[in-house]
Write a protein that binds this ligand. Sequence first.
Ligand SMILES: Nc1ncnc2c1ncn2[C@@H]1O[C@H](COP(=O)(O)OP(=O)(O)O)[C@@H](O)[C@H]1O
Ligand SMILES: [Mg+2]
Length: 361
Amino acid sequence: MATLQLKNLTKRFGKKVVAVKGINLEVHDGEYLVLLGPSGCGKTTTLRMIAGLEEVTDGEIILDGVDITDLPPRKRDISMVFQSYAVWPHMTVYDNIAFALRLKKMNRSEIDRTVREVAGMTKIAEFLDRYPFQLSGGQRQRVAVARAIAVKPKLFLMDEPLSNLDAKLRVATRTELKAIHHKTHATTVFVTHDQSEAMSIADRIVIMKDGEIMQIGTPEEVYDQSASIFVADFIGTPPTNFLDVELVREGETLYLVNPHIKLPLSAENAARLRGYDKRELVLGIRPENILLTSADEADLSAACLVAEPQGSHQVVAVELDDKLLKIVAPARPKVRSGETVHLTFKQESLRFFDRESGARI
Ligand SMILES: Nc1ncnc2c1ncn2[C@@H]1O[C@H](COP(=O)(O)OP(=O)(O)O)[C@@H](O)[C@H]1O
Ligand SMILES: [Mg+2]
């Protein structure tokens, strides 16, 4: 168990590529922290620097108060699980887990106890005598996790460990990883590009873009209080709807106006925009915060382009100019293509962003 601090951590590849641009981050003791971002944003590079597999260009890595920036990997007390199942094919599951423990000169009975303990935790106890080729992808990845836990590292790093599994197994395995974490409380940094994976397992999410941190927060915070258009767009499916609007005052009331809507703002929302000196902004609203309503209550009425049934709900898309507005609506009554839908926006769920910087207002 440990805390990890990254201070101004930077990685350059050659003269041109700055893969990680001076990030600052603190991972708490026992925390499950997820680095999330699109491909190429610097997640793997960050993790490899923490593991000692990549030389640091600038900045510091502090593990439990000790500067490990220049320590070789084996002296860092860190375990890493990769995307590919890095289990040894010529060893049984038992030996895969025991190998590192033998290197540590642990005695036989202690090794046996540890192997059985972590195999129980990761639900592979019945496979200890098998070879990796006799296991499914998900089971093999659990062996990799068991092996990493067994050495009781200070810090546990995982780089997209579920991305080689099929969709259903991926969802099941992420639940298991979370359950394992509840038992071990191992401080973990987990990397993924899959926002729903991040949301479902993280204590906190670090959203990265182009080598920089965009936002750090709990899943609820990054979803409800997205700091920028980038985050509001990246988190959630379907993503946040964005509308370019103008602020117009008529008498006492402030409106958001575009060719399709004229939305009066509540006192709270108007207060939030007080002092904002630009006329133009971006309105963000999540699909579940647009409700179907009657014609006379509607903020907006438009023809449904398509409605996608999802079983528990339906996703209704309407076209505004060249943009789609998506609404998550109850499964019934089923909305038909071409049908006019009347929509109202939940006032407390309106989010405002600056059009130039994309930052939340
Ligand atoms: N060994 C390398 N040499 C040059 N550029 C690299 C190397 N490794 C990664 N990069 C570049 O650094 C950036 C971040 O890569 P990476 O950390 O792998 O991103 P992610 O894991 O988020 O997909 C990318 O632009 C990638 O092309
Ligand atoms: Mg990567």
